[in-house]
Design a protein around this ligand. Sequence first.
Ligand SMILES: [Fe+2]
Length: 331
Amino acid sequence: MSDNHTVNAAEGDIDLEQYTQSVIASISSKASPRVRKAFPILIKKLHEFIVEADVTVEEWQAGQVTTVQRDEMVLVSDVLGVESLVDILAFKRTAEAAKNDEKSSSNEVSHSAILGPFYRHGVPVQPNGTTIVRQFEKDAGYTRLFGTVYDSEGKPVKGAMVDVWHDAPDGLYDAQDPSKPQNHCRGRFQTDENGRYETICLRPTPYPIPFDHSAGKLLQMMGRHPYRPAHIHFWIEAPGHKTLVSQVFDRESDYLKDDAVFAVKDSLVIDFVPIEQGKSAKEGYEARAELKDVLKYELEQDFRLTKAVSQEDPGLDIQGLAIGGEPVVKA
Ligand SMILES: [Fe+2]
């Protein structure tokens, strides 16, 4: 792994059988004998189908059944390791494209990770350096998040769109809590001429995926908890490049080894670096100066995109995915 959180395309490959075994191994020994007999077969056959049919992210998303509350299909799929498996297959295709890219300087790529159910289309673009924390969060881990988006040749990508979203300190996304301001802990930025983006966000917190319906029943049957380690989501798109959907995980978080949805990859585990009060405010964006008294951490997170394979490469298009009961309109 390099310093900017990328992996070599070959080294980043994940063994599919090992992955399926890890999902099966998550079933608790306290689960009923019937579950311990039937669920490994269910997971194995389900994963075999996904792998043999080489299901793409777009196909998986097209199969979602959206409700006004949330997408339970996503959650059921997540706890059985399906969304992460589809993501691993997508990464294999990306890594293959990187290996075949003669202009790629080092075959370095960023690991992808699952989208999850809380992405929101059409979030307004805001200036670099401004915060995505829409209401003051007392004692929260205010973090200067910044980095550079690179292309496959290692050159900065100007004008890439970077979506960032994470949960609030209470473990809820804006879409789950109507009392939160719209787009709280969620924002969209365009990289500058040096390929850089910057915002002020919060150090996220572990949270349980909604477990009051089918996904929760499955977790209960398997004797598993519903928690995810603390993470920040990213969606990065730029013309001529494959869209990158990823997450980064707080190294000090609980549940890194037993993420309820199996999304953690070593190269995506990152450190929140404590900063001296006011130090980051000495230079850079004005908005950072306004929050200098509450800034606690810095997180530098670079990304490396791969070239779109062809003009027909559709990237991701998930219109129809609804969040929090709102119709989704692509910006
Ligand atoms: Fe999340």
